[in-house]
Design a protein around this ligand. Structure first.
Ligand code: GBH
Length: 441
């Protein structure tokens, strides 16, 4: 670990932090915002571990000036936030809510005035509830509505946003939201959820075209990746590892980069022309990385073609996720090796960790484990760059402790501590450490 800047990052490397709308904004009914599937889910008893909701969250909707000042103090060159679709078009179809766009218009201007590049994600899982009532991502029409929302958003912000990200982690939204039901909309369809994969990808492709018509800013998607660590050496273990790798790591990226769906993973609802829409050229591939996944053959009669196994022998975060910095290097090198010239430049759009951070008597929040985590993962990025992978940015998840989906307020990922009773923000020691890393002009 070091407090001096890690040497070797290329000039112009983008240093950022990430957040998402439902996790920080609050203001759930402010200025015409409608309900999303996460409002519905969080308000359903038993879904969220501590019974909390994102109704208030970090109250960023009312404290965004303070949060932009925290970003300025951090010295980052970019801020990745998400735009709440239910603020912009509360019904999912029908009228656009200008007041919803006004909020992001002000945020973007405030960021630019501070010298920070606005990086805007269009969909970080908060689907307008009326679209879910019409079938959500299982309904092909949702893809077209997503492109309409992209169009009106880029019409307003397209002259100032510096990077667009269409979808955040469509695999996680598919698997936890539609496969196992741990996330909104809470469906438990397992492999019958696959139309929601195709329609997210179709929405992405249609949105790329809509964004390019309104904005010269580059366009990306942010995928979650998890290198597979096979347990066991039987043919069945090999098959299970390959199946999980295809599902988590290739299902979305293969069609995006022009290869179509992996063998055995056709979603069954693909129409002529869809794959060309989905393969619209990307300027940047966003890579979210948290940890690798252990996989072995399933028990007889399992509904899944693999079994997930905890990885032993690594430190663990408060979420019990293993800390494996070299997994980020192997992931980045593996993407380059698999996709070659079809791979656009990569920005790591999320990486971070949860710890039980508590302010001490002096109002300091020491979080040495987070500093070690970030130090290790930044060095892994450098190692990948040294192996020839084109990585042009890194964004820490997250600026603030926030509302961690089904875990509610029980997991703290921020560089800044948030007292959820009062909203008080207190920078942690990792905030000062990250400032020392990013302050390189
Ligand atoms: C991201 O999802 C989200 O984009 C963001 O909103 C969220 O707050 C953040 O990460 C933190 O969760 O080791 O087997 O238990 C991350 C998706 C899925 C990645 C679960 C880590 C751990 C699997 N995560 N996975 S395991």
């Amino acid at each position: 670990m070091t407090t001096a800047p890690i040497p070797g990052f290329p000039a112009g490397f983008r240093w950022g932090v990430s957040t998402s709308a439902y996790q920080i904004e609050g203001g759930a009914t402010a200025d015409g915002r409608g309900p999303s599937i996460w409002d519905t889910f969080a308000h359903t008893p038993g879904r969220i571990i501590d019974g909390s909701t994102g109704d208030v969250a970090c109250d960023h909707y009312h404290r965004h000036r303070e949060d932009v000042a925290l970003l300025a103090g951090l010295g980052v060159s970019a801020y990745r936030f998400s735009i709440a679709w239910p603020r912009v078009r509360p019904g999912g179809t029908g009228p656009v809510n200008a007041a919803g766009l006004d909020f992001y218009d002000r945020l973007v201007d405030d960021l630019l005035a501070t010298g920070i590049d606005p990086v805007a994600t269009l969909f970080h899982w908060d689907l307008p509830q009326p679209l879910q009532d019409a079938g959500g991502w299982l309904n092909r029409d949702t893809a077209a509505h997503f492109a309409e929302y992209a169009d009106v958003t880029a019409e307003r912000l397209g002259d100032r946003v510096k990077l667009w990200i269409t979808l955040n982690e469509p695999f996680i939204h598919l698997s936890l939201g539609h496969g196992t039901g741990e996330h909104a909309p809470g469906q438990t369809l397992l492999f019958d959820s696959f139309p929601a994969a195709h329609h997210q990808l179709l929405g992405h492709g249609l949105a790329v075209t809509a964004l390019r018509a309104r904005s010269t800013a580059p366009v990306a998607i942010a995928n979650n990746y998890s290198p597979v660590v096979r347990h066991g050496d039987t043919d069945a273990d090999h098959a299970a590892a390959a199946a999980y790798d295809a599902l988590h790591n290739h299902l979305f990226t293969d069609p995006l980069l022009g290869r179509g769906y992996p063998d055995g993973f056709d979603p069954g609802v693909v129409r002529d022309g869809d794959l060309a829409v989905i393969a619209a050229p990307l300027d940047v591939l966003g890579v979210n990385y948290y940890n690798p996944t252990g996989v072995r053959a399933p028990e007889e009669g399992s509904p899944l073609p693999f079994e997930l196994v905890p990885l032993e022998g690594y430190p663990r975060t408060a979420f019990d996720w293993p800390v494996v910095p070299d997994g980020l290097r192997t992931l980045l090198v593996g993407l380059r090796d698999r996709y070659g010239d079809a791979l656009p430049p990569i920005q790591v759009t999320e990486g971070g960790c949860a710890y039980d951070d508590v302010p001490d008597a002096d109002g300091q929040v020491p979080d040495p484990d987070r500093i070690a985590y970030l130090d290790g993962h930044l060095r892994a990025v450098l190692a990948a760059i040294d192996e020839g992978v084109d990585v042009t940015g890194y964004f820490v998840w997250s600026l603030l402790d926030n509302w961690e989906w089904a875990e509610g307020f029980t997991k703290r990922f921020g560089l800044v501590h948030v007292d959820f009773a009062t909203g008080t923000r207190t920078p942690k020691s990792s905030y000062a450490w990250y400032r020392s890393q990013v302050g390189r002009g």
